[in-house]
Design a protein around this ligand. Structure first.
Ligand SMILES: C[S@@+](CC[C@H](N)C(=O)[O-])C[C@H]1O[C@@H](n2cnc3c(N)ncnc32)[C@H](O)[C@@H]1O
Length: 232
């Protein structure tokens, strides 16, 4: 199945696209960028990890290779079809998840925390919280707020052998509508999204609404937090 996405006067054959606008074929092509090594000091050896919005399992594979027990959530069956079989996969919206089990770590990567709808963000963070053990940790990734506040139309850079461009950017208050174009062998993909700029203070506020406290930063984009009842 293929879906045509219009980019100005040209159409781009981008393959299946998820509800949040992520092209499946793009995520099959994007390289692993060392995210698990960056956060693994925060996750005990042999831990159970709930990965929210796992996509095709780009990070899942690396979590498994490090010996974690991974349950991977996505609302796209097309994405989940590619996740390694050693993973428990569940097709669900993050915000609706109601598992009996809780986990040592919950992972909310890929700037999902930047979702523009404040109510949806809180609902997703509450889902992360209700699946975290009392002594567990949330690991999250946001857009660098300075980058998101200043990015302009034009070439952004490369991810592996894929070139990244912003084809459209518009801003209203803290909301940013952005159309990203990925160009690389063997395809071209567009990803449209509307996201919120979240500075450190905004992150602390939304985490607090989701039932988290004690936020600390690993770098400008990755952070960790514990549940309000565990300020360890
Ligand atoms: C940008 S992709 C990133 C995938 C993966 N984390 C990675 O780094 O390669 C975001 C993924 O989150 C999923 N997603 C977005 N919003 C979701 C929601 N509310 N519930 C479940 N999955 C969601 C999408 O279907 C998509 O597969």
């Amino acid at each position: 199945m293929s879906h045509k996405v219009t980019a100005g006067p040209r159409a781009i054959d981008s393959g299946p696209v998820t509800r949040d606008g992520s092209p499946v074929d793009l995520y099959l092509r994007l390289p692993y960028l060392g995210e698990v090594e960056l956060i693994s000091a925060e996750i005990p050896n042999g831990a159970s990890v709930l990965e929210m919005g796992c996509g095709v399992g780009r990070m899942t594979k690396e979590l498994l290779a490090k010996g974690y027990y991974v349950t991977a959530i996505d609302n796209s069956p097309e994405m989940l079809a590619h996740v390694p079989p050693a993973t428990t996969t569940i097709c669900s919206n993050i915000e609706d998840l109601e598992l009996k089990e809780s986990f040592d770590a919950v992972l909310l990567a890929s700037n999902l925390i930047n979702v523009a709808d404040d109510g949806l963000r809180t609902a997703q963070l509450k889902a992360c919280r209700r699946h975290l053990k009392a002594a567990g940790r949330l690991l999250f990734e946001r857009y660098d707020p300075t980058w998101l506040s200043t990015v302009e139309v034009g070439r952004i850079g490369t991810i592996g052998d894929i070139e990244l461009f912003a084809d459209g950017v518009s801003r209203r208050g803290t909301k940013v509508q952005i159309c990203l174009r990925y160009e690389g062998p063997p395809g071209r993909w567009l990803q449209h999204s509307t996201v919120s700029v979240l500075d450190d203070e905004a992150v602390a506020a939304c985490l607090s609404s989701g039932g988290f406290s004690n936020v600390w930063w690993i770098n400008r984009t990755w952070g960790a937090a514990t549940g309000v009842d565990n300020a360890a």
